[in-house]
Design a protein around this ligand. Structure first.
Ligand code: HEC
Ligand code: HEC
Ligand code: HEC
Ligand code: HEC
Ligand code: HEC
Length: 241
């Protein structure tokens, strides 16, 4: 009986196996490096001295971010509140709650609560909060739905590619300036006629935005980008000064 397959095909299964192993290892290593939280830190949620619930304070009690992060609009750094800020309420409210014990101790001793930092930009990068939140970029875009977090975790990678993605296309993220602190805002919430009366619409569009039922993020973003002449830096010196 004639040999149906030529002799070299004996080696095919072995070659396939070797290839699969090599490619498989490469892919695993690459995914590991680029996609896991260890590299991007997304998901990082350290154990805090007090498990401070943003959801209770912001969503249930209706507190504004600026009550505690009072410098976010006016300075490069957005501070974390001191003990006195908590004690505006917690001398009365939940004062025997064991979760608040480190705050009570700090109040007595004068030593600040040792919060663990999550977001830290490296020294050679220049970043400024006020330059962003006064230009229609919400906390939500860079920190995720903090208002629904019972303990804050890292929601965005804050890598250079991530910064640049927005700097090249800010229209994908810009929102009306009175919605920056409203983390639940959606483009569908915008009433087209009111929006156009306040901000106009891009000069190069024919369609009347005011007559549309809804505006998309792209339409809102393009309008605000032109109106406010938004030009985030994409050159190296912009962020590495
Ligand atoms: C009642 C005070 C209070 C309010 C209101 C508040 N925060 Fe916070 N926030 C804190 C405290 C305390 C910490 C530090 C503890 C922690 O990280 O959980 C913190 C931490 C954070 C962090 C992590 C900072 C870091 O890098 O370590 C982010 C981001 C943040 N808050 C965003 C917001 C946003 C957005 C809002 C409004 C939707 C808001 N916070 C409202 C008290 C507050
Ligand atoms: C405007 C008033 C106010 C301020 C300011 C405030 N809290 Fe609260 N906090 C409350 C109220 C109201 C509750 C809900 C109490 C309850 O459910 O018994 C609460 C609940 C808590 C709880 C308990 C949550 C739980 O699951 O039991 C912790 C912890 C807490 N706050 C920490 C803080 C810290 C830390 C600060 C300062 C960064 C702060 N709060 C500032 C009003 C405030
Ligand atoms: C364009 C992205 C961006 C927006 C928008 C933004 N943040 Fe941040 N946030 C950052 C970066 C980057 C850091 C790390 C800053 C550093 O290391 O100096 C940070 C850090 C923080 C910290 C830790 C303290 C600090 O400044 O290092 C807090 C608290 C915080 N942000 C709160 C907020 C709140 C509240 C808002 C909305 C009012 C907000 N951020 C909007 C990017 C952003
Ligand atoms: C979601 C969009 C968005 C993200 C993410 C973002 N930026 Fe920006 N950035 C802007 C906008 C909008 C402006 C304002 C441009 C203007 O005023 O014309 C800006 C301005 C700046 C400026 C110039 C303003 C100044 O203070 O000189 C710097 C520097 C900057 N961003 C750094 C960063 C860095 C670093 C990161 C990442 C850690 C980052 N940005 C992430 C949208 C973003
Ligand atoms: C929009 C802001 C922004 C611009 C513009 C920018 N960078 Fe960066 N760069 C960053 C941030 C943020 C990091 C830190 C990344 C991290 O910690 O993961 C970084 C990190 C770096 C690093 C360290 C290596 C690394 O990848 O972490 C180098 C090198 C670098 N940048 C070079 C450049 C050069 C060259 C340019 C101009 C072509 C440039 N950057 C433009 C924000 C920027």
């Amino acid at each position: 009986m004639a040999n149906f397959f030529p002799r070299w095909t004996n080696w095919v299964p072995l070659k396939v196996v070797v290839c699969v192993i090599v490619i498989g290892c490469g892919l695993t290593a690459a995914t590991w490096y680029y996609a896991t939280p260890k590299y991007t830190k997304v998901g990082y949620q350290p154990i805090q001295p007090v498990p401070f619930p943003h959801d209770i304070h912001v969503t249930q009690l209706g507190m504004d971010c600026r009550y505690c992060h009072s410098f976010v609009e006016v300075a490069a750094q957005s501070n974390v509140p001191n003990t006195a800020t908590c004690m505006n309420c917690h001398t009365q409210v939940a004062k025997d709650n064991p979760k608040l014990q480190p705050v009570q101790e700090s109040w007595k001793s004068g030593e600040p609560v040792e919060w663990v930092w999550l977001y830290r930009t490296v020294d050679y990068v220049y970043y400024n909060h006020s330059a962003h939140v006064n230009r229609g970029i919400s906390c939500f875009t860079c920190h995720g739905p903090v208002n629904h977090m019972s303990v804050v975790h890292i929601a965005q990678p804050h890598s250079m590619a991530w910064c640049l993605d927005c700097h090249r296309h800010p229209e994908n993220y810009l929102r009306p300036d009175d919605q920056v602190f409203n983390l639940d805002w959606k483009p569908e919430d915008v009433k087209p006629a009111e929006f156009v009366a306040k901000y106009g619409q891009p000069g190069d569009t024919r369609e009347d935005f005011a007559k549309k039922k809804q505006l998309t993020q792209a339409e809102i973003g393009q309008t605000l980008k032109q109106r406010w002449k938004i030009t985030p830096p994409t050159n190296c010196q912009g962020c590495h000064r």
